[in-house]
Design a protein around this ligand. Structure first.
Ligand SMILES: *[C@@H]1O[C@H](CO)[C@@H](O)[C@H](O)[C@H]1NC(C)=O
Ligand SMILES: *[C@@H]1O[C@H](CO)[C@@H](O)[C@H](O)[C@H]1NC(C)=O
Ligand SMILES: *[C@@H]1O[C@H](CO)[C@@H](O)[C@H](O)[C@H]1NC(C)=O
Ligand SMILES: CC(=O)N[C@H]1CO[C@H](CO)[C@@H](O)[C@@H]1O
Length: 333
């Protein structure tokens, strides 16, 4: 009771402090400790919450990482290795997922390198049978329709690594362990050595290097800007736009010309067969097998001792187009 009196009488504070009972002192001490602990805890929590905001990731001009990137990668890996190609059932999807994110997390997204992806490449190595590689340029949909029907044929996106990454976007930040979901470097506006462009160049190169026997390429004869005026540089200039899955029309155009044809092995690849396809009902065919751009392609390959053939509107692929437009006159003969 006396304790209570003391604490509630402020005028007696000074002398009172020395007469405090042991019990009160212990109580005060405990109270102080608790208070201190609470303060420290609050400081830590606030610190943790504020930290990312203290160093926000850099802002870029390109779209940010695909939401749920890691989950998508893992899910696709299991889908591919367990359901689509069970012969790859031994692949370790957990490790593949980790190797993928480790390739770019906590790194400057403008200094991505082939080296970053080496472990991922190793974990996803896959043997593609000879005579079954299909390249494409500006014909993504049709080429994939073709390999979907011909399950023995493979575009890059039909291999494990291509299947996992197709259509995704990703980047990290040098100052954080997190992915950057806000923005990522745009290949033209920011930097060309960004994680996505470097990835596609790296895996395209391996895909081309591993190709053997007769290989095919599906080309789009119905686009003007792809192959005309800039055609030679499109095939020869190493700084030409990289593949970007987010913008297939504008920038996915030249991985074949810039990376893939230069990495075909003359000893392994006997012939490259080009199919120049035209849109059904398209107003104008910009390119055919007799276009100068095809000559350029032929020339590049001949210098590398790879023979080349070209066919306009290759029938097996034309049939696929005709499924969608059965009434078109070109489909009725
Ligand atoms: C050619 O490219 C255009 C524009 O990207 C696309 O709409 C069309 O489907 C493509 N045609 C073929 C045959 O791939
Ligand atoms: C590839 O896309 C870029 C961006 O739109 C375009 O400027 C360029 O002309 C295209 N290249 C070819 C060869 O079509
Ligand atoms: C192509 O073959 C010719 C003769 O068969 C040879 O002299 C030349 O070195 C080869 N070129 C390449 C790039 O392999
Ligand atoms: C080319 C381009 O659009 N660059 C822009 C990228 O984003 C920064 C700011 O985030 C702008 O200042 C640039 O103009």
């Amino acid at each position: 009771m006396s304790d209570h009196r003391f604490s509630s009488v402020p005028t007696e504070e000074e002398p009172g402090c020395c007469h405090l009972s042991r019990k009160v002192k212990v109580c005060l001490c405990v109270l102080l400790c608790v208070l201190l602990c609470v303060l420290v805890a609050v400081a830590v929590v606030v610190g943790v919450l504020m930290w990312p905001r203290a160093t926000p990731p850099r802002a870029w001009n390109g779209t940010g990482s695909t939401p749920h990137f890691s989950e998508i990668v893992l899910g696709r890996c299991f889908t591919y290795t367990q359901l689509l190609r069970p012969e790859l059932g031994h692949a370790d999807c957990g490790q593949i997922g980790k190797a993928f994110t480790n390739a770019f997390l906590s790194k400057d997204p403008c200094h991505s390198s082939e080296q970053d992806y080496q472990l991922l490449l190793k974990l996803t190595s896959q043997t593609i049978p000879c005579h079954s590689s299909v390249f494409w340029s500006k014909s993504t949909q049709l080429a994939h329709l073709y390999t979907r029907v011909r399950q023995d044929m493979f575009t890059l996106e039909d291999t494990l690594i291509g299947y996992i990454a197709d259509g995704l976007n990703w980047c990290g930040d040098a100052g954080s362990y997190e992915m950057n979901y806000q923005s990522c470097p745009h290949w033209r506006k920011d930097c060309i050595n960004n994680p996505v462009s470097v990835f596609w160049d790296t895996v395209s190169k391996r895909f081309a290097e591993n190709a053997c026997g007769e290989v095919q390429v599906v080309l789009n004869g119905s686009v003007s800007n792809t192959f005309d005026k800039n055609s030679a540089s499109a095939y020869l200039n190493p700084h030409w736009p990289r593949r970007s899955v987010l913008n297939p029309v504008s920038s996915m155009n030249n991985t074949f010309g810039r990376v893939e044809i230069h990495n075909l092995h003359p000893g392994k690849v006997s012939v490259l067969k080009a199919w120049v396809m035209h849109d059904i009902g398209g107003v104008y065919s910009y390119h055919t097998c007799s276009s100068p751009i095809i000559d350029d392609l032929k020339f590049i390959l001949s210098k590398r001792n790879i023979s080349f053939t070209c066919e306009d509107d290759y029938r097996p692929i034309k049939f696929l187009q005709c499924v969608k437009s059965p009434e078109d006159s070109s489909c009725r003969k």
